[in-house]
Design a protein around this ligand. Structure first.
Ligand code: CA
Length: 221
C-alpha cells in the first residue's frame, strides 16, 4: 500500500515516515499544498494523510478540488485537537476520517488500515483467505495451520496488496505503483523476483501468472 503524506512540519514528517514505513507502507511526502495536490491527482495512492494548514494551498482547498474532479482517494485529515469545526469542515470537503493533533502514530496506522480495508470491502481489520492469514503487526504469513513465515518489507507489501485485490489481474507496473514509493527503483523485474520468493513461502498455486498481463492472487482451496 502506498501513502501520500502532505504535511509541512519536518519533524513530524520524519517521525511519521519512519513509523509508517515500518508498518508496511510505501510513503511519498509533499511539504506544500501545490505539490501535494498534484501528486494526489497523478499517482495511484491507497490513502492520503492531509494536514489542513499548509503553505501555498490549504488542505481543505486541496480536498475540495480533488472531490470536484471525482478523485475519490481515501483521505484522513489532521486537525487541531480541540477544533470541532475543522473536523466538520473536513467532512464537508470530502474527508473519510480525521485525527486530532497531537496523535499517537499507532492510532493513525489503525485508522489508515481500517480505511483501506473498508475500501476493499473487507469486514475486519485482518487479511485472511481460506488457507492464508497475514498478520499486519508481525508481518508474518501463515499457511493453513503451519508455522508462520516472516516476510521482508517488500514481500509483505506485495502480498498484502495482492490479497486485498484477490481475483483481479495485477500488472507488474500496477504492483510497483502500490508497493514502492516515488523514489524507489521501479524495475518491474524486481516484482518477478519477489513473486518467486512469495511462492516459495506460500506455495506456487496461490499466485497465478497470466502471461503478458501480470499476476492473479487466488486461494484455490
Ligand atoms: Ca501545518
Amino acid at each position: 500500500m502506498r501513502l501520500l503524506l502532505i504535511e509541512d512540519d519536518p519533524e513530524l514528517v520524519a517521525y511519521m515516515r519512519t513509523d509508517l514505513s515500518k508498518a508496511g507502507f510505501a510513503v511519498d511526502v509533499a511539504d506544500n499544498g501545490i505539490d501535494g495536490e498534484f501528486l494526489g491527482d497523478n499517482e495511484p495512492y491507497d490513502a492520503v494523510v492531509l494536514d489542513l494548514g499548509l503553505p501555498q494551498k490549504s488542505g481543505l482547498e486541496i480536498l475540495a478540488a480533488w472531490r470536484k474532479r471525482s478523485n475519490r482517494v481515501p483521505v484522513i485529515v489532521l486537525t487541531a485537537r480541540d477544533a470541532w469545526y475543522e473536523r466538520v469542515d473536513g467532512f464537508k470537503a470530502g474527508a473519510d476520517d480525521y485525527l486530532g493533533k497531537p496523535f499517537h502514530i499507532e492510532e493513525l496506522i489503525a485508522r489508515i488500515r481500517a480505511l483501506i480495508y473498508r475500501r476493499h470491502g473487507s469486514p475486519t481489520n485482518s487479511i485472511e483467505t481460506k488457507t492464508l492469514r497475514l498478520d499486519e503487526d508481525s508481518q508474518q504469513v501463515s499457511v493453513a495451520d503451519q508455522e508462520p513465515h516472516q516476510l521482508t518489507g517488500t514481500e509483505f507489501r506485495l502480498l498484502r496488496y495482492m490479497m486485498l485485490n484477490r481475483g483481479k489481474i495485477l500488472s507488474k507496473s500496477n504492483l510497483s505503483d502500490h508497493v514502492y514509493d516515488q523514489d524507489s527503483d521501479r524495475d518491474s523485474n524486481l516484482i518477478e523476483v519477489y513473486v518467486r520468493r512469495l511462492r516459495e513461502k506460500i506455495g506456487n498455486q496461490m499466485i497465478l501468472t497470466k502471461r503478458g498481463q501480470g499476476y492473479v492472487f487466488n486461494d484455490p482451496s
